[in-house]
Design a binder for this molecule. Sequence first.
Ligand code: GCB
Length: 591
Amino acid sequence: MAAEDPFHHLHDEDYARPYLKNLAGAGSLYPRGGRPVEPLDGEWRLTLDLFDEGLRQKWFALDETPPSQWAVPRDYEIEAGETVPVPSCWNLLKPEWTYFEGAAWYTRSFDWAPGPPGERVMLALGAANYLALAFLNGMPVGGHQGGSTPFTLDVTAAIRPGRNRLQIMVENRRSPFRVPMQHIDWFNYGGLYREVALMRLPALAIRQARAALTGDGRMILARIEMDQPFDGTGAFRVPALGIDLPVPIRQGSGEVQVAFTGTPWSPENPVCYPVEFVAGADRFTDRIGFRTLATRGTDILLNGRPVWLRGACVHEDDRDFGKVSTPEDLRRRFRHLKALGANFARLSHYPHHEDAARLADEEGILLWAEVPVYWAIAFDNPATLSDAENQLGELIARDINRASIILWGVGNENADTDARLHFMARLAAVARAADPTRLVGAACLINREDFTIEDRLAAHLDVIGLNEYFGWYEPDFSGLEQLLANSSPDKPVIISETGADALPGYRAAGRVLFSEDWQAEFYRQQWARIVATPYVAGIAAWLLYDFRTERRQTGFQRGWNRKGLIAEDKETRKLAFHVLAGLYRGRDEPS
Ligand code: GCB
């Protein structure tokens, strides 16, 4: 049927293809870089669209004539949508939306005043779970897949002076081919759950700007990448260190080295310096901590000295807001980590809000940041691999200047098959190529036949993550003892998860599952064995807060994973919190 027929998609099952052709990716991302933006947060209209009628019928192409003047009936009306806040997760807005998995259309209008000639306008989204397609004034302006990473869409051709109408279709179906796939242990929230904004860029703009110490810690290496071929001179400035240097830019990129005379960033002294990169009419600013990172044998070295990681994993989840990270939520998270005596957190199991790592920089908490290559991804599917590569690339591009991030996690508990080895070795290579300054790790499975830390992927990693639940999913700790004794890895091992469920307030003596007492005793037992193992370089308790997950349906759980050290109210500290805080501070008593 002819493309101009407004209903040509209706009975055409290939209806989505035209919109999926040019999805934005890491290569087209403009990190914010301190540039001013015009927020589009606030009230939007939301219409659920379980059958994808919006794409089939082209809801974006409909004009805004009121229903009283319609010549023929329609199935969509902007004003009939619910008024919802952005950012938010639709699941928590209305009881009947709690378990909705499908497409939904967000619509709002905004006013626009054009800037100087040549200016470009980007629609910048912090994240949308999982697929997002955007339409401005009836024109498709691109989209994105991957539920936790940022993207920018160039809307220059579609935006107009005065009133504009923006529509974003967000679709969160779980699928065997997505990253993550349909089987996960967390809640599949949907929607525009991070900030949406417009960002103005000059005709020639900085795509990426980074600065980090060279391996020996003596020099800062600063690099600018433009979004087009360009020969000229930029600038790199760190006013507090008296640095103000020209950066020669050839063919769109350039770098410069300068002696580092400042204070290295560390958890004890998390010094971040305001920095500025300038090229042409564009200016990219950031706050950067400078530190070195390496491994030597089974040690992790921060600024040349071994560091032992005491930490907790944390999901991006909230009883009231779902995946939305409010500034208060993030600040509370770091207060709790500090109260625990932690110097480390694992941001499980997908990229978190970018302010998490920014706050970690300021607070001095080391981070493991990862992509949701979780459990049984479709490892043999090339499209799934490119999706995972892209999510990793976007995460690295966004957070390249964060001193707190020490490790890129490329997966979690994936069975050691040939397809998985190929898939994840590729991700490790992608991470190294994009960022040679950090470590690459993954949470590996163990060999359960001979109880050893054994995974072919380890050859591609700097750090081996070990998730183990001896004493919880296994009745006792003997397997852990065997495993730790049988293994002799030649690189650092982090206990990337260990934990036990506890229902707040449920008290019982002995190994009574789901009691606060057993959760606390579990950590005492684990700790004694872990700290006695020289090749272990740290531990991340599973986890800081209880989180929502539909896999967990006993009377103790009722839709929640209860392994939090703190209950779902993010206030009530369980016994294990106090015990672990005592252990982390070097004494086995409640703090
Ligand atoms: C794991 C997974 C994590 C689960 C956890 C649990 O090994 O990596 O996502 O939530 O165990 O609670 O069982």
